[in-house]
Design a protein around this ligand. Sequence first.
Ligand SMILES: [Mg+2]
Ligand SMILES: [Zn+2]
Length: 224
Amino acid sequence: MTDSKARVIFCDFDGTITVNDNIVAIIRHFNPEGWKAIVDDIVAQRKTIREGVGELFRLLPTSMQKEVIEYAIGNAVIREGFAELLRFCQYESIDFYVTSGGIDFFVYPLLERFGIPRDHIYCNASDFSGERIEITWPHPCDEHCANDCGMCKTTIMRRFPADRYERILIGDSVTDFEGAKQADVVFARSHLIDKCKELGVPYIPYESFYDVIDALEERTAASI
Ligand SMILES: [Mg+2]
Ligand SMILES: [Zn+2]
């Protein structure tokens, strides 16, 4: 029975919690030579996310640390209804995890005011000690994933077995798709919708987090 399982949300960050993709915004803004070819390679899957994102940030010198961080934080806009969704989850005892392919120096500061515990936020890390910005990867793929994700969302999800948890995914892009295939409930927008349609994965569309709250309320009501 669904209602005997603990509910857990895995929520993407870039393009989901924030309106836009922060990595692309940072690179586009500082416009270092060579970034477009790397993005093309990522999109065409000639480079994995980990390789490509690592190369993109290596284009930026660490002397720009302050500007890069200030730009990333100042540029991001949080999607409507996020604080309300967190409150809803608390009230409904839904465990809420951020599973982000973003980087610590903008993910943590942008989430700070929402009071999500640190151990519920998964993202990549950064090292500004050398000459160039180096991304470090504290949450790599386990033996079941060969995608070289960088921050592996499905590895995190596998720690919540389907027989004990109802796993709810919220995302916006192709990088959420492997998780969407595993999840019991998928909230999708943008490219994730196209991918779910293409491969027949059921999803609930959303634009704001109020849509997510409404749909979760309906599901709760239907299961009583
Ligand atoms: Mg995203
Ligand atoms: Zn992976």
